[in-house]
Design a protein around this ligand. Structure first.
Ligand code: CS2
Length: 492
């Protein structure tokens, strides 16, 4: 089977197989965007939008960069950076070849080239999907974590930065020295006010660099539009590779599997210019916050809750968890009774959004692992569950289902599932969580108190709120004594 690449694509043969191909001449594409964090999500989302607009705007190709591992570059380089996006639901799989990524750099071995590329006048946008932890911030406050090992490194070695904020600051420094205007920084991560958060972190790091007034003023002119990004993208497996090969007739080292749904809401604030995103389905708005809040609290809040409960109960995939009537009822209630009243949208908009989410979670073709979503809980809980809980507390309203989501995370980080099997808990704070869990054993009050003292997650306020602590502790006791299914059933 031929390896996917430009020379192997013969349009007639390809379209006979129902394979959707790019509608532009790839030789005419030049880069306008550097994207940090070229993982599966970006390749299913922004890269697909950009692919749809390159015929009209060929100077917005993407140069991707991996900050941690060279695996994406190694997989895509032999295939001219082309890859298959396979869109899946119960009715089947639709493959599409994406060509918007024109190069991928591996930051570890091509650091100087990456920073130099970002300082190229043709680059007008630097976008990011580096996950929550890539911002090196305190998730509960959203401020730069100045003690973060990557930040400490970048301050000591400013010319060889390893963090995303460090790389951005280094590139801005070069642009300023060369008399070039700044690029626009567009965060596409699931953080609250992701643009504002990115801006705060980059400005603080620039300040810590102590490069003087002129540089501080330059960095103040950088724009950081917020975005709400949405598409469910499970990690690719070997079984997926085989499905894609069968469908397309190509050997693709790294296809991406996703769902039909996609959404992108962007704050229109790009002084250095932007591609015509609005012509390919993105919504350009003045204020993205209401959309972001809706998505984080309803989609991601449900996702994390289902991930912890579902994993513990033995459900490998989200669609299996949501097929459990108890979990479905819980997630429906979490959205309707607890999250929706905290959101500024109309009731009918929120109900339609909820119903669409429940259908998306049930997509049987996606194979989205609960373990994947369970990852990095300390970085996710604040914006997915705790912000909603704070609003419920302020309004003197109950939050039993949100509290169960928090308790399920606590139960999950003990590292043993309900069948007594070890859980591979992936989290930047995993070691600390492990120590707290080991010290507490199966004592729910000790475990809850120990974890509530992790201020990066809970801030300094929540542990002091008796009703919050008690609700979480009671749920945790029930999870430990009775298991997930019984606890969910009792909640009704
Ligand atoms: C998920 C998200 O892995 C996770 O934590 O909740 O990646 C989710 O699939 C996306 O935000 C959907 O847009």
């Amino acid at each position: 089977m031929p390896r996917l690449s430009m020379s192997e694509i013969h349009p007639a043969a390809v379209s006979a197989r129902g394979l959707q191909l790019m509608d532009y001449d790839r030789a005419t594409i030049s880069p306008g965007i550097v994207h940090l964090g070229i993982g599966a999500f970006h390749r299913a989302h922004m890269a697909a939008y950009v692919d749809s607009l390159l015929a009209k705007a060929p100077d917005w190709g993407i140069i991707g960069a991996s900050l941690r591992r060279p695996d994406t570059r190694d997989a895509l380089a032999p295939q001219d950076f082309l890859y298959t996006l396979a869109i899946r639901d119960a009715s089947g799989t639709t493959p599409r070849i994406i060509g918007s990524i024109v190069d991928v750099l591996d930051a570890n071995t091509q650091r100087a080239q990456l920073i130099e590329t970002m300082a190229d006048p043709a680059i007008r946008i630097v976008s990011l999907t580096v996950t929550e932890k890539g911002y090196c911030h305190d998730p509960s406050t959203g401020e730069l974590d100045e003690e973060h090992p990557d930040i400490v490194h970048d301050l000591a070695h400013p010319d060889t930065p390893i963090s995303a904020p460090g790389i951005i600051v280094a590139a801005l420094e070069l642009r300023q020295q060369r008399g070039l205007g700044p690029f626009t920084v567009m965060s596409c991560d699931n953080l609250p006010s992701n643009g504002k958060t990115a801006g705060r972190i980059v400005r603080r790091l620039a300040e810590l660099r102590g490069l003087g007034e002129a540089f501080t003023r330059y960095v103040e002119t950088v724009r950081f539009p917020s975005t709400m990004i949405d598409r469910i993208v499970p990690a690719t497996t070997d079984a997926d590779r085989a499905i894609v090969a069968e469908l397309t007739g190509f050997d693709d080292a790294w296809p991406i599997m996703t769902e039909p749904f996609t959404q992108w809401v962007i704050e229109d604030d790009f002084p250095a210019g932007r591609p015509p995103f609005e012509t390919v389905g993105a919504e350009l708005v003045e204020d993205v916050e209401p959309f972001e809040l809706m998505k984080l609290r309803m989609l991601n809040g449900s996702h994390s809750t289902m991930a912890y409960l579902g994993y513990l109960a033995g459900y490998q995939y989200v669609n299996e968890a949501i097929a459990d009537p108890g979990i479905l009822k819980l997630v429906h209630g979490l959205m309707t009774e607890e999250a929706m009243p905290t959101l500024p949208m109309s009731r009918s908009t929120l109900e339609a959004y909820r119903d669409q989410l429940l259908a998306r979670f049930a997509n049987p073709a996606l194979k989205h692992r609960t373990w994947q979503i369970a990852m990095d809980g300390t970085q996710k809980l604040p914006q997915r569950l705790l912000g909603t809980i704070r609003d419920r507390l302020k309004a003197a309203q109950p939050f039993p289902r949100l509290a169960l989501g928090v308790a399920a995370w606590m139960r999950y980080v003990t590292g043993i599932d309900e069948a007594g099997q070890p859980i591979e808990v992936k989290d930047p704070l995993a070691t600390r969580l492990r120590e707290i869990a080991d010290r507490a054993g199966r004592d729910p009050a000790k475990l809850a108190d120990g974890l509530l003292a992790v201020t990066e997650v809970f801030g300094t306020d929540l542990a002091q709120v008796a009703v919050f602590r008690d609700t979480v502790t009671n749920h945790l006791k029930s999870l430990l004594d009775n298991g997930v299914k019984e606890t969910v059933r009792r909640l009704g």
